[in-house]
Design a protein around this ligand. Structure first.
Ligand code: PMT
Length: 325
């Protein structure tokens, strides 16, 4: 709201329009119930000891459907590997993770499984049972153990999305349900989120016909939800957004801009050509490079360590809620 005129800002009306025109989430009630159970369990465990921190990790790319009965869509680049790896390291650091991921993208504790030759992992033993071929057995055993432990102890909740409509509605639900955690909540927004979309009511109902000739399509800008998240949905939480660019000359400048414009506590800046090997962690007044030490080393290990330390500082501050801290 513009405090002088008392009217909605263009950002606010864009957000309202987006949510009012989005097709309702099919499994809203189930998601809401899962979130309630997860957060209640964490809050109860926190009451009886050290408060447990919760992070919402978003991962994978959102799609923009071009038809209501969707045959074609615009996609966003992201395998989900960063989000999946980060989730594992957050759980290891004692965080409960709400993993909001693109359906079918890379999953925590499954990163070592081959995508294209899944069957090469297995063999048929003499007694006709299925066995995991060595040397993969040890990795798979460890992954199964860690995954089961995370889920059974209530440290991992997975929620999936495909479209930009689903992603932003789920993010809003997660954020408002995490509001009660105050500064112990964290958002780690690694998903690749569409910047443009076709509003549901403007969208062709059926498959667009090529016989009608070349296609002219006007895309509407997706409102940036970072500001709303920070200001309204979960104002006390610690917020980390990502900045992906292909031009290294504008990357850090854009990351700085995101910090100031959206009130992010940290922006992780990465460049498409090197994002697996290197990221820059930008906070107000400081830039830290985090690099991978080789093919088998996840840069997320060091990245999460650094972010956990920053989150601890945020929790200690009495002014965690202030947007202009
Ligand atoms: O999954 P991988 O293959 O491992 O790749 C990881 C990654 C490169 C996708 C990841 O490291 C990354 O950079 N993710 C963010 C990609 C992105 O959307 O960047 P952006 O510069 O377009 O957006 C910046 C931020 O604004 C993002 O945190 C996004 O959540 C947010 N955003 C974007 C659009 C929008 N309409 N609203 C938003 O809030």
């Amino acid at each position: 709201m513009d405090s002088k005129s008392g009217t909605e800002t263009p950002q606010e009306s864009g957000v309202e329009f987006f949510f009012n025109s989005a097709p309702p989430l099919k499994d809203r009630d189930q998601i809401s119930q899962k979130l309630e159970v997860f957060i209640t369990k964490i809050s109860r465990s926190s009451e009886s000891g050290k408060p447990i921190r919760v992070v919402c990790v978003t991962s994978g790319g959102t799609t923009v459907p071009l038809e209501q009965r969707c045959v074609r869509y615009i996609d966003n680049f992201s395998s989900g590997n960063r989000g999946a790896a980060s989730t594992e390291y957050f759980v290891k650091a004692g965080y409960a993770v709400i993993f909001v991921h693109r359906w079918g993208s890379c999953q925590p504790y499954c990163r070592y499984l081959p995508q294209d030759s899944f069957l090469d992992f297995f063999d048929i033993a003499e007694n006709s049972t299925i066995k995991v071929c060595e040397p993969h057995g040890t990795v798979v055993k460890g992954a199964i153990r860690d995954y089961r432990k995370a889920v059974e102890e209530g440290f991992l909740l997975k929620l999936s999305f495909t479209t930009i409509f689903e992603y932003l509605q789920i993010l809003q639900m997660v954020a408002t349900s995490m509001r009660c955690l105050k500064s112990h909540g964290m958002f780690y927004l690694a998903a690749a989120v569409s910047d443009f979309y076709v509003p549901w009511e403007n969208m062709a109902k059926h498959k667009i016909q090529s016989a009608e000739g070349p296609l002219d399509m006007r895309l509407t800008q997706v409102p940036k939800m970072l500001l709303v998240l920070r200001k309204d949905w979960a104002p006390a939480a610690f917020c980390i957004s990502f900045k992906l660019e292909t031009d290294p000359d504008i990357l850090l400048q854009k990351a700085d801009m995101a910090m100031q414009k959206y009130g992010m506590h940290v922006v992780v800046a990465n460049e498409l050509a090197t994002y697996k090997r290197e990221v820059s962690v930008v906070t107000s007044g400081e830039k830290t490079r985090v690099c991978s030490h080789g093919q088998d080393h996840d840069l997320e290990e060091e990245l999460i360590d650094l972010l956990v330390a920053r989150h601890s500082e945020h929790i200690k501050k009495p002014s965690g809620i202030d947007m202009n801290e």
